[in-house]
Each structure stands twice: as C-alpha cells, then as structure tokens.
Write a protein that binds this ligand. Structure first.
Ligand SMILES: Cc1ncc(COP(=O)(O)O)c(C=O)c1O
Length: 439
C-alpha cells in the first residue's frame, strides 16, 4: 500500500500512475520492467491520459464557445504516433517550421487544420506550406507579408492568414518564455498593427481572416488573457470601422500551465476556458461585432503532464556539509529545461516507490557541464546504483529540445496503455551519430 505522501506525489504523475508492491506503474506497466526492457533514459507517455486531455480541452472550450478549435502546438513535442492521436481526437495543429510541417504531412494530418507560426519563415517553407494547402499562415512581420504574397501569387492561390500581434502585456512568467511583451522578437508591435492590417488587406493573394497573440508560457493566472483579449478585440473593431476588416478568427494563443511541483498546482482547463470565453463573448457584445471563431493553442497543457522520464542511478558523490550528488544516465541532453529556465521537478524512485525519504540529494546528469542538474535538493530514499528514478511532467519541451551534446544518444519514447507498451521512437544508436558525416 502506498502511503499518503506517495499518493500525494502521484497527483503530479499521469492519471494512470499507481504504486503496487513498492513499484511505480503507468498505464498498467511496471516502470522498472519498462526501464529494463527499453533501457534508460526512457520517456513514457500515458496514452489514455493524453486522449482525455485532448477531450477535456475540446469540451471545456467547445461547451462554452461552440465555434472554437483547439490546435496543439507541436513544438511542445511531436511524433507520428502523437499526431495520429491528435487527429483522431479532432484537434488542429500549430507548426513553427518546415520540419514540424513535414512531420505533420508524413503523418497524414489534414493540411487545412494546420496553422503555420514563426518569426522568420523562409521562402522555401512558405512555398511548402502554400503548396500543401495549409489552413492558415500566422504572419509575423512585414517581410513575411511581402514574401507570402509573392509565394501565393506565383502559385496563383489566395492564402488564408492571421496576423500575429504583440500586445505588450506581461504574462508574469519566466523572462525567456514571455512572448507577448513589447520587447519580444515575435509579432507586430501594436504601434504598427494598423499598417500590417492595411498591407495584408491590400495583398491580392492573402485573405486576412483574423488576429492572433501568444502571451507566454506557462500562465498560472488568467489576468494576462483578460487584459489582452479586450485590447485585441478593440483593435479589431477599430480596423473594421477604418478598413473593413472582418474578424472571422481570433486566437489568444496557448500558454496554459501544468503542475510541475505539488506546491504549485496548475488551475484546471475549465478555469482558463471560463475566463477566456466569457471575456471574448463580453467584449464582442460590447463592440457589436460578430463572434469570431476562437482558436486555442495549448502545447504544454496537452502533453506535459502525460509523460514521465525514467533514469537509472549510477555514481554518487557526498560532499560533507555541502551536498550529495547522485548521477543518473540522462540529464541536460534530454531535458535542458532546468539549466535553461530554472525549471523544477518532482521525482519518485520507481523500484522503491513506497519507501520514505531519508536523505536530501541533488540529482545530476552525466553531461560534462556543472549546470547539468535535473533536481537540486530533493528528499528521496537513500539511492543505490541501479535504482530507477521517475520524473513526472516531462511530456513538453524536453524531448524536442534534446541534443546530442557529448554525443549522447537521444532516448527512446514509449506509449503505455492497458498493460502494453509500444515504441513511439527508438533510442538513437552510435550509427545515428555519424550517419550524416562525410567520411
Ligand atoms: C504561438 C504559440 N502558440 C502556442 C504556444 C504553446 O505554448 P504552450 O506550450 O505553453 O501552450 C507557443 C509556445 O511557445 C507559441 O509560441
């Protein structure tokens, strides 16, 4: 039987996580057996939880605002198996590069449901998008208006677009993940937004359908959305009066938080859905404009809580009176978030999941960098080589930011459900490391 403490910790794990006979199970699979079978580091997605999360987003927004579309921000993590699930669940997709677009395309995702973001899309990427018949290009700057007009013109099509605006609102999150502030490389400054609308409306091969803003990530409060939405809708109404803009679509972006640490629980999806839809409805009513289709772009909040990482414990170094380092076989190569964003995580010892914590340790990786720390100062049972560490909330922005630093092999990824594990991505091999090298 798991103790109350472990059950509390399990709240940070995906919904199918259980402790049985001192071991962590996910999707009915014993995590120690998964580590033995597939090796470590190993990323494990809870398939049912992933589907539930997609449904939760669709239902929470759709029940309040039927004319809405949830598009998954594939930068958080993308793979063929994931895209197949998202398609089955009826979500759209946000891509930010030719590569993400190629994965969507190879996975058979419908082009019309894809939104193409990015602050420096190349002419080649825009051509690929237009030729594929992509749903929307979210245009970020004046250079892109001209480039896309040229590309669409050459192809003889009229491309549907949104304009990304930078509303100058502080999302109260990490400086490196604040995007909608004035000092940001993304989107049109509000001071130039009217010029952007005029340029887009004049472009013969662009059809301006609406406006977009993404404030930052993760946002634990709805205040920044409630500030941005009226500002953007007021602007849209102004543009309607002055230039005839018909706002058919509107997106306040993504940025919804997940729980990384028990002491900082993320609000439920309903909290965001209620605040955002109420705010949009109230403002369009006040302005007397049509309700636009509402586009939500969650990335982290779809995948983040639905995967764990498994690491194997190796060496340790005790510095009396200072700290004890315990090394695992992954680290900054598969999860750069702690050194990059000071991200914090919880952990459980998968093979001794019911045992009480007896010592404070710092879990570090195996990379040749002092900053390669996964968790600083965590209370765990006394660790031995071979123990399996399970870290929750690892589904977003870890794998896609993984590197081959120190020529480390990128981890395998599996998906579990009903006691079965299926490979989503095989572990890299030494051969993969030199595959693209000239001899
Ligand atoms: C335009 C845009 N939309 C959506 C997202 C997804 O953010 P999150 O994963 O926090 O939901 C991002 C993240 O950077 C973004 O830039």
């Amino acid at each position: 039987m798991a103790t109350t403490k472990e059950i509390a910790l399990l709240q940070v794990f995906p919904e199918s996580a259980r402790v049985r006979n001192n071991r962590l199970f996910l999707g009915g699979c014993d995590c120690v057996e998964l580590a033995n079978k597939f090796g470590t580091p190993l990323y494990v997605f809870d398939k049912a939880a992933l589907r539930h999360r997609c449904q939760e987003f669709k239902n929470e927004f759709g029940s309040r605002y039927p004319n809405s579309l949830v598009i998954y921000a594939s930068k958080a993590f993308t793979s063929r198996a994931l895209i197949k699930i998202l398609n089955e669940e009826g979500l759209g997709l946000d891509v930010v590069s030719g590569g993400e677009m190629a994965i969507a395309r190879q996975s058979g995702f419908p082009a019309r449901q894809v939104y193409f973001h990015g602050n420096n899309k190349s002419e080649a990427e825009l051509r690929e998008a237009v030729e594929w018949g992509i749903g929307r290009v979210v245009v970020d700057n004046f250079y892109e208006i001209a480039l896309l007009e040229k590309v669409a013109g050459e192809r003889g099509v009229k491309q549907d677009i949104l304009l990304r605006l930078s509303p100058g609102i502080d999302p109260h999150t990490h400086r490196l993940t604040s995007t909608g502030i004035v000092d940001s490389k993304f989107g049109f400054l509000m001071a130039r937004a009217e010029d952007a609308v005029v340029a887009a409306l004049k472009a013969p091969h662009l059809r301006l359908l609406g406006l977009h803003a993404h404030l930052g990530s993760p946002l634990f409060e709805v205040g920044p959305y409630q500030e941005a939405i009226p500002l953007l809708l007021n602007f849209a109404a102004d543009m309607k009066r002055k230039h005839g803009l018909s706002l058919q679509e509107f997106s306040p972006g993504g940025g919804f938080a997940i729980t990384y640490m028990r002491e900082r629980p993320a609000p439920p999806v309903s909290y965001y859905a209620e605040a955002i839809t109420a705010c949009v409805k109230a403002q369009v009513k006040k302005l007397g404009i049509e309700e636009p289709r509402l586009i939500l772009e969650p990335g982290r909040a779809i995948v983040g809580s639905n995967a764990i990482a498994l690491y194997r414990v190796g060496a340790s170094k005790d510095i009396p009176g200072i700290r004890k380092y315990v090394s695992v076989d992954g680290g900054m190569g598969d999860n750069i978030r702690p050194p990059l964003y000071e991200a914090k995580y919880e952990a459980l010892v998968a093979n001794r999941a019911s045992e009480p914590a007896t010592e404070k340790v710092t879990l570090c990786g195996k990379y040749c960098e002092s900053g390669d720390i996964l968790i600083k100062d965590i209370d765990l049972p006394s660790l031995s080589p071979g123990d399996v560490i399970a870290m929750p909330s690892m589904g977003a922005y870890s794998i896609p930011m993984a590197s081959n630093y120190n020529a480390a092999l990128k981890p395998a990824i599996v998906m579990v459900e009903g006691g079965q594990a299926s490979l989503m991505r095989r572990r890299e091999t030494y051969e993969d490391l030199t595959e693209r090298d000239a001899a």
